[in-house]
Design a protein. Structure first.
Length: 468
């Protein structure tokens, strides 16, 4: 499984509480970072030979960026830094590197894409300075070549049109500019889409179902139709409400680092009030990647998974000396692939509290996940459900899970980690906020412990998965 682990590491940054994305950059091979940190999908590609020694590229959303002045800021200002393993900052490059900003139609609905350009903050002049930017409308991208690092932003420039009409005044030009641009764009889009969808769906469904059922019962004697409708509605809802013979095969991975072969996995059935029914199904981890499979016949789709076992400590580069327990909640109707990890564990108590307050399971899960991420100063985004994340795979959500995993582990023993997980999840349960200053400080301490070890941690994980 070598090469599968995400190259990015997300870390909360103490100064300003922003989020950072980091990746290793090799002097010989270069490096690449691609992430939707902030409003856009940002890709930085540093070629081989651009720097003299190996370094770490760090990107974060600037928390107090300079004003764009009379230009319009589109998205977020990014603070991009590169530092060596000894902490020395690299601001200039031996070769230029590329930055690509990918946008969607929703990102640029209120701007003129043709006027967008990448800018950098010039600390000498205290002004935003435009970088020559290629606007690729077909691929929804902005592309620029850079040779240094600082603050970067996408700004919408001022159109070149307004000064021209003012200079050529009164008589002839006044009528032409006003009439032509205003009329054409407004009329066409409004009329066409509205008419077609409305007419067709309404007529067809109504006519067909009504005619067929009515004709058949009428031809039979009077007694039979009366008996049949009465019996059928009563029997059907009872069978649907308690699906006593639904077979599910639940599969996934258990990860702090990956749990080891032989660790136990238990699946508990929950009723529609999320109370255990007493029905449990057990299995074990099938390999040292943390993979498991549990089969059973369930009366309800809601389950709680509990994993108990030893795991690979990605910071110490060794197996844990004691087991830990991780939990997860799932609705098997949504997916039978259920991963168990620190995010699923931390959000669980909050999910129960939100369900008790009246939220649906799906809404409670989404809100609880966002609140857990906020405790780490990570803005909630579309990263998928917690139980779908996997630290052995690339992607933003998986990188976030890995970052949370290493921050919580830091230099803690298994007992200390278990205590911190309990303290943190209990604090979040009531209002979804991290209220304890002591717990917050432990997260900051963990982040500071991890910062100088990021390259080693990634190396440990890659080596571990390469062995499996």
């Amino acid at each position: 499984m070598t090469g599968m682990v995400s190259s990015m590491l997300y870390l909360p940054v103490v100064d300003g509480g922003s989020v950072a994305v980091a990746t290793a950059v090799s002097a010989e091979e270069g490096g690449n970072l691609s992430t939707r940190l902030g409003a856009f999908e940002t890709t930085i590609d540093i070629p081989p030979g651009a720097i003299r020694e190996n370094a770490t590229l760090v990107v974060q959303v600037a928390t107090a960026p300079p004003s764009p002045g009379n230009l319009q800021l589109v998205g977020d200002v990014l603070d991009i830094k590169l530092h060596t393993e000894t902490g020395v900052s690299i601001t200039e490059f031996l070769k230029p590197f590329t930055m690509t900003i990918g946008y969607s139609a929703e990102d640029v609905t209120e701007v003129n894409v043709e006027l967008l350009a990448l800018h950098y903050w010039n600390i000498a002049t205290n002004q935003w300075q435009e970088i020559p930017t290629a606007v690729d409308v077909g691929n929804s991208q902005l592309n620029a070549m850079l040779d240094h690092l600082t603050l970067f932003a996408v700004l919408e420039g001022l159109p070149a049109v307004p000064p021209t009409p003012t200079a050529t005044p009164t008589a002839t030009p006044t009528a032409t500019p006003t009439a032509t641009p205003t009329a054409t764009p407004t009329a066409t889009p409004t009329a066409t889409p509205t008419a077609t969808p409305t007419a067709t769906p309404t007529a067809t469904p109504t006519a067909t179902p009504t005619a067929t059922p009515t004709a058949t019962p009428t031809a039979t004697p009077t007694a039979t139709p009366t008996a049949t409708p009465t019996a059928m509605p009563t029997a059907t809802p009872t069978a649907t409400a308690v699906p006593t013979a639904v077979s599910y095969t639940i599969a996934g991975y258990v990860q702090k680092g990956p749990f080891v072969l032989g660790s136990e996995i238990t699946v508990r059935e929950l009723d529609d009030r999320f109370v255990p029914t007493g029905r449990t199904f057990t299995g074990s981890i099938e390999g040292s990647t943390g993979r498991f499979t549990v089969r059973g016949i369930f009366s309800y789709p809601f389950v709680e998974l509990s994993a108990n076992g030893f795991y690979f400590n990605e910071i110490a580069d060794t197996l844990s000396t004691a087991p830990i327990i991780l939990l997860a909640l799932a609705d098997l109707r949504d997916s039978t692939t259920v991963n168990v990890n620190l995010l699923t564990h931390l959000e669980r108590p909050r999910v129960f509290a939100l369900i008790d307050s009246g939220l649906s399971f799906l809404a409670a899960k989404a809100q609880a996940q966002g609140e857990v991420l906020s405790a780490f100063n990570i803005a909630a985004s579309a990263i998928g459900t917690s139980e779908s994340l996997d630290i052995s795979q690339p992607g933003t959500g998986n990188a976030i899970l890995l970052a949370i995993s290493v921050i919580l582990q830091a230099n803690r023993s298994e007992a200390q980690l278990t205590e911190l997980l309990s303290t943190l999840s209990s604090d979040l349960r009531t209002d979804g906020m991290l209220n304890s200053a002591a717990t917050r400080q432990k997260l900051i301490d963990g982040m500071e412990y991890v910062k100088p070890r990021r390259v080693a941690i990634r190396s440990n994980i890659l080596a571990r998965y390469a062995e499996l």
